[in-house]
Design a binder for this molecule. Structure first.
Ligand code: HMG
Ligand code: MG
Length: 298
């Protein structure tokens, strides 16, 4: 049987916007985050304290964190690759630190310029400081179903990095399909393998929709007991180090499906549709959220 409720983490302001070619002002990002938190998300990934040489779009992260209206009940998270990023995230008042590793060596090198083992060593101080400052700690695991540079990724290599992230003290671990290649049975196998190493209630599914499989993969994950999902308003996104990867699954589509399944999210779909239309209008293109566009046209 499917879960009665799920937690949806909105990643549009970070994962969604990080790859945009046009510079988006902090004011627009602030308005987007505010609209999303007002819609009731328990967690909004709002920022990324990475090197601005690597991801220029995220250079305004401190301004975004300083400008948003903090809604009680919403956790604001940010990606942090090293201690420099941690200090900035701490100063900005981030609630949850996201360390990000990969299940593939090749992607680790391209994305954060070090091996998996080096990344875990680097995250050790970040994790310890996050705990010392009473911040939540989340671990993102990229390329859990396939890698743009290396191809196939085994469930055992996912399990191996899940163990290492668990040992750093992560409260939650994201199993991410960075390039959107996974299909439902594959997803179930990897989720079940990961759940041998880490409590399934703290595992999340982070699906990109590059091959149109994301909603099917979420449904497949519901069947094996995953209750946390990442989604991006208007289907924004793509990773700068994963060429051709499109956005995360659109939040509007996920909420529409959950509603139909009778699964509680605590989020107001109409407000998310409006937020999706707001950012799409600003970017000058049609939203990739199918349910969002259909609902907006009504
Ligand atoms: P590096 O070049 O090896 O590091 O990059 P470095 O220590 O030599 O630093 C280079 C320069 O960046 C230096 O400046 C540092 O000060 C600066 P310079 O001395 O040349 O003027 N720097 C920083 N500045 C601000 N904040 C920082 C920071 N760190 C260094 N935190 C590094 C290594 C990890 C920094 C770099 O590779 C990097 O920032 N990578 C981030 C890549 C990224 O953000 N990728 C996208 C996010 S992952 C993703 O989207 C996938 C996910 O959604 C899940 C999924 O879908 O799979 C999570
Ligand atoms: Mg992603």
């Amino acid at each position: 049987s499917l879960p009665k409720s799920v937690k949806i983490v909105e990643v549009g302001p970070r994962d969604g916007l990080q790859n945009e070619a046009q510079t988006i002002s902090a004011d627009v990002k602030i308005e987007l985050v505010n609209r999303l938190s007002a819609a009731g998300f328990p967690n909004v990934e709002a920022a990324s304290f990475v090197s601005p040489k690597w991801v220029p779009q995220m250079a305004t992260s401190a301004d975004v964190m300083a400008g948003i209206a903090r809604r009680p009940g919403t956790i604001y998270s940010a990606l942090v690759p090293n201690m420099k990023g941690f200090e900035a995230a701490l100063a900005a008042g981030v609630d949850e630190i996201v360390i990000f590793a990969a299940a593939s060596e090749a992607f680790s090198q391209k994305n954060i310029n070090c091996s998996i083992a080096e990344s875990i060593a680097r995250f050790r101080d970040v994790a310890a400081e996050a705990k010392r400052n009473n911040l939540r700690l989340r671990g993102a695991l990229s390329c859990a179903f396939g890698c743009p540079y290396q191809g196939a990724v085994s469930a055992d290599s996912v399990a191996d990095v899940v163990q290492r992230l668990r040992d750093l003290g992560c409260d939650e671990i994201d199993i991410a399909d960075t390039i959107g290649v996974a299909t439902p049975r594959h997803v179930q196998a990897v989720m079940q393998r990961a759940a041998q190493e880490f409590p399934i209630a703290q595992l999340s599914g982070h699906f990109h929709d590059t091959y149109g499989q994301a909603l099917a993969n979420i449904y497949a994950s519901l069947e094996v007991g995953i209750t946390i999902y990442h989604a991006s308003v208007a289907g924004l996104g793509g990773c700068p180090y994963a060429k051709g990867a499109t956005g995360n699954v659109a939040t509007e589509d996920v909420l529409y499906m959950m509603k139909g399944l009778g699964i509680e999210t605590g989020i107001e779909l109409d407000a998310v549709v409006d937020a999706g239309q707001f950012i799409s209008h600003h970017l000058g293109r049609k939203s990739a959220g199918r349910a969002g566009n259909a609902l907006a046209a009504k």
